[in-house]
Design a protein around this ligand. Structure first.
Ligand code: ADP
Length: 284
C-alpha cells in the first residue's frame, strides 16, 4: 500500500497548505482502515502450514486468512487435501509445520465449539438415533445452558432456527426420515441455534436433488447476508462461481485464491490437475 511520507509532507510549501491538509487527511484515513483490518479478529489464519498423515505432506505451503463475513469456497480435485485443510482449520489436526489459528487462538486449543457449525459430508444420522429435527436443533443450545434445562428464550431461538431453514413443518419428524437436503438444513439449524458465527460445510450438496440444492444455496446466501462466515468445500464449480465470493483452489498447495469473478474454473483446475500429473519434486 502506498503511504504518504511524513517527512515529505513537512517539506511542502505553505502554498501547498491545502494539499498538505488533504494528504494528511488521506493518510489518516488509510491508517485507520489498516488499523481496523488488523484489529478485526480474523476467523482463520493459517501461516505456512504443512501436514502429512505419513512423511509425505498432503497439504503444504498453505497460508490463508479468512475474515468475518466472508463466503469462501475451497475447490480442488479428489484427494487434493480439502478435507484435511478443514480439519487443520478446525484444530482437529495439528500442522507439522506452520501455525493454524482459529478466532485468534491456536486452532487445536480452541474450545468454544458453539461458535462453529460444522456440517459434514453426507450429513449422516445414525439409524439408532431416533431423534427429531427439533431435538437435533436443541443440541445446538446446550453449550449455552451447560447442564441446565433450556429456558423459554432458548426454545424460542430453537424454533426460530428451524423456521429460518424452512423446516418448521418437519420439526417433529425423525432426522433419519428426512431427505439428504432436509437433513443438511436441520444441521444448519443446529448451528444457528448455537449462534455460530462460522459455518463450515464439507460438500454439503452431495447426493442432494437439484431443487433442494437451489434452496440450500438460497439459505446460505441469506445467512451470509446476516454476516455469518461461510467456508464450503464444493465440487460443483458453477455453484462456486454463482454463490461464493472467494475461491481457494487447492491441490496440496494453493493454486488460486481470490474473488470468484476472477476465478476461471478451467484455468485454475487445469493448473491443479497439471500439478497432479506432474508432481513437483519434493524439497527437503
Ligand atoms: P479431499 O478432501 O480433497 O478429497 P483429503 O484431505 O481427504 O482430500 O485427502 C488428501 C490426501 O490425504 C489423500 O491422498 C488421502 O488419501 C489422504 N488421507 C486423507 N485422510 C487420511 C487419513 N486419515 N490417513 C491417511 N491418509 C489420509
Amino acid at each position: 500500500m502506498t503511504r504518504f511520507n511524513g517527512e515529505a509532507l513537512s517539506r511542502e510549501t505553505a502554498a501547498d497548505g491545502e494539499e498538505e491538509e488533504w494528504k494528511e487527511e488521506e493518510w489518516k484515513k488509510e491508517e485507520k482502515k489498516e488499523d481496523s483490518r488488523d484489529a478485526r479478529e480474523a476467523i482463520i489464519e493459517l501461516d505456512d502450514v504443512a501436514f502429512g498423515y505419513t512423511a509425505t505432506p498432503v497439504v503444504e505451503n498453505v497460508s490463508l486468512r479468512i475474515d468475518p463475513g466472508e463466503y469462501v469456497a475451497i475447490v480442488g480435485p479428489n484427494g487434493s487435501g480439502k478435507s484435511t485443510l478443514l480439519k487443520l482449520v478446525l484444530g482437529l489436526l495439528r500442522p507439522d509445520r506452520g501455525t493454524a489459528r482459529l478466532f485468534s487462538q491456536p486452532a487445536h486449543q480452541f474450545d468454544d465449539g458453539s461458535r462453529i457449525g460444522y456440517v459434514a459430508q453426507h450429513a449422516s444420522a445414525s439409524k439408532s438415533m431416533p431423534i427429531t429435527v427439533r431435538e437435533v436443533v436443541k443440541m445446538g443450545r446446550f453449550p449455552h445452558v451447560g447442564f441446565g434445562r433450556l429456558g423459554a428464550s432458548d426454545r424460542e431461538i430453537v424454533e426460530e432456527a428451524i423456521g429460518t431453514v424452512g423446516m418448521s413443518s418437519f420439526a417433529d419428524r425423525r432426522i433419519t426420515a428426512l431427505s439428504g437436503g432436509q437433513r443438511q438444513r436441520a444441521f444448519i439449524a443446529r448451528a444457528l441455534a448455537g449462534e455460530a458465527d462460522l459455518l463450515v460445510l464439507d460438500e454439503p450438496t452431495v447426493g442432494v436433488d437439484a431443487d433442494s440444492v437451489a434452496a440450500f444455496y438460497d439459505l446460505l446466501e441469506a445467512l451470509h447476508g446476516q454476516g455469518i462466515t461461510i467456508i464450503l468445500i464444493e465440487h460443483d464449480l458453477s455453484a462456486v462461481t454463482a454463490h461464493a465470493e472467494r475461491a481457494v483452489c487447492l491441490n496440496r498447495e494453493i493454486y488460486f485464491d481470490g474473488p470468484t469473478d476472477e476465478f476461471t474454473p478451467e484455468n485454475a483446475l487445469a493448473r491443479t490437475m497439471g500439478a497432479t500429473a506432474e508432481p513437483e519434486r519434493e524439497t527437503t
